[in-house]
Design a protein around this ligand. Sequence first.
Ligand SMILES: Cc1cc2nc3c(=O)[nH]c(=O)nc-3n(C[C@H](O)[C@H](O)[C@H](O)COP(=O)(O)O)c2cc1C
Length: 368
Amino acid sequence: MSANSFGRRLTLTCFGESHGILIGAVIDGCPAGLKLSEDDIQRELDKRKPGSTPYSTSRTEQDIAKIVSGVLDGYTTGAPICVIVSNRDVDSRPYEVFRVKPRPGHADYPAYVRYGGFNDYRGGGRFSGRITISFVIAGAIAKKLLRIIGIEVYGHVCQIGCVCSDRLPTIDELRKVYENPVRCAIPELIPSMEDVLKHSIEEGDSIGSMVEVFAFNVPPGLGDPIFHGLDVDIASMMFAIPGVRALSIGLGFEAASMKGTEFIDPYVISDGKVYLKSNKCGGVLGGLSTGSPIHVRVSFKPPSTIRKRVETINLKTMTNDYLEAWGKYDPCIGIRALPVVEACLAFVIADHCVNQGLIPTVIKDEYR
Ligand SMILES: Cc1cc2nc3c(=O)[nH]c(=O)nc-3n(C[C@H](O)[C@H](O)[C@H](O)COP(=O)(O)O)c2cc1C
């Protein structure tokens, strides 16, 4: 599998650069007969596009999805599905300086070394949040596939700076999350989160965040241990999202300070079915789903392009230097990355469902 592709039976190949002509995705291995329109993809892209929240970059992009292959008369054909999105609001001037003075905290310097200075630096090139358009396209198709077997994926922003939730949201709260500007499903946290964001923007700084995502109705026994356990693949795809710094499944980091008696989820039988009484394991044991909701938290660093004078180097003169960025940037990644995180969870689960035959290779009427 190439460095720009992910998945085993259902695969995503992503291409394009932030300030190039377009961003695109090729999704291969999608069953034939899935009803799929550009609107299905557009609905998801609209949640990610700049301006979809007041706390996003001022870059103005409509991000219109165009399906160029793999769909005929409104149904997938079984051939690779290629979807493209044009880049329009492109001004690469603010990025010129980063070729010589790399942004601390961003990929400029390691990319310069890795690609010998040939990498597309415009808008961050392949190291831009814009490449996650491809993830969202793949997620839109995955969500449609999962709906056939009743699996639903929802997430929210559970932390911005020091403001964080101390309870899990209800599914009704999660369903309404795109209605509020910070995309937090816990209503009482929204004003404090907005205060933190406003303060950060006023200061010309940025702020870290955490996204929490759930998959409901995943049947037990999904996953392919050892190296393609469900948790392994979830972590692998999530870490491909630019800006992700840590990930936990269920009580992940908290587990380190707990006793076995506190951490285990006891089993119980009710109406002839097996349940777990709690879900501290986040719905995955041994790389396999347990039947409880899959619960993943993803931590995002504060974006590193900030309007403050920061220390850096000058690669031309090989001297120490300073940098002050100007241009269009996000103050907080998690808010715009929420649909991307949802897309990754949906895509990994859909890939495993196709792999294990839970989703048939031809979607017949009884599944629609
Ligand atoms: C949706 C989205 C938007 C982003 N916007 C910005 C941004 O405006 N400024 C910035 O410095 N980083 C932004 N990032 C993060 C960088 O792309 C990322 O930090 C960089 O590629 C380095 O990769 P790493 O943080 O994973 O090491 C964004 C990421 C995502 C997912």
